[in-house]
Design a protein around this ligand. Structure first.
Ligand SMILES: O=C(O)CCC(=O)C(=O)O
Ligand SMILES: [Fe+2]
Length: 196
């Protein structure tokens, strides 16, 4: 259901309960149990993550892609090792959450954020379409912004541990997002479908 804008310039809308929301963004808490969270973190830590590199700069986060990978150094988009058995049931569950057909989420990106790590302002690469992310470990905030003349519209989504979000449409194509650095360890699993 659509409601009027919170303010004239803000694209964030209010839902029935007055909570702000962004068109194209859906989120839910308690998507995985605490036991599943612990098992997923253990798998991620044994999945052969490598420090994320971009030009001369090395991020404080470690990553690994399955299904497809996008190399930020070379801009090459290529097939990667298939989504492993421990992760496949989560991909299927994420597809059901996002209302996507089985197999649509062809890419999985694992991220381990060390102390002081975050992720800067970006839009996900255009080769991808739907973005479905699961948060594990410390709570973080996903910030959204969209340039509006000489200022930004802004929106904040709390990423509770074990929660899931789905980014599509306007929230995915029209807005940038980032995660402010946090001191405690956090892990994420981001599934993406391929753009046509
Ligand atoms: O860690 C997350 O939950 C989000 C990561 C992200 O925005 C990305 O990899 O594009
Ligand atoms: Fe992203």
């Amino acid at each position: 259901m659509k409601h009027g804008p919170v303010s004239k310039s803000a694209a964030a809308q209010a839902d029935l309960f007055g909570h702000a929301r962004l068109p194209g963004l859906e989120a839910a808490e308690a998507f995985v149990t605490e036991a599943e969270e612990a098992a997923l973190i253990a798998h991620i830590e044994h999945a052969g993550l490598e420090a994320f590199k971009f030009q001369q700069w090395e991020g404080k986060r470690r990553t690994r892609s399955f299904g497809w990978s996008y190399d930020f150094q070379t801009g090459v988009f290529a097939r990667a090792a298939p989504i492993p058995d421990w992760l496949a049931p989560m991909a299927a569950r994420a597809e059901r959450f996002a209302g996507l057909p089985p197999g649509a989420l062809a890419q999985a990106l694992l991220i381990s954020y060390g102390p002081g790590a975050g992720i800067g302002w970006h839009k996900d690469r255009p080769v991808f379409e739907h973005v479905v992310g699961i948060s594990l470990g410390a709570e973080a905030t996903m910030r959204f912004r969209r340039r509006r003349h000489d200022k930004f519209d802004r929106f904040a989504l709390p990423l509770a541990p074990r929660s899931i979000y789905h980014l599509a449409g306007e929230a995915r194509r029209g807005w940038e997002h980032s995660i402010a650095p946090i001191e405690e360890a956090r892990w994420s699993i981001t599934f993406r479908s391929l753009a046509r």
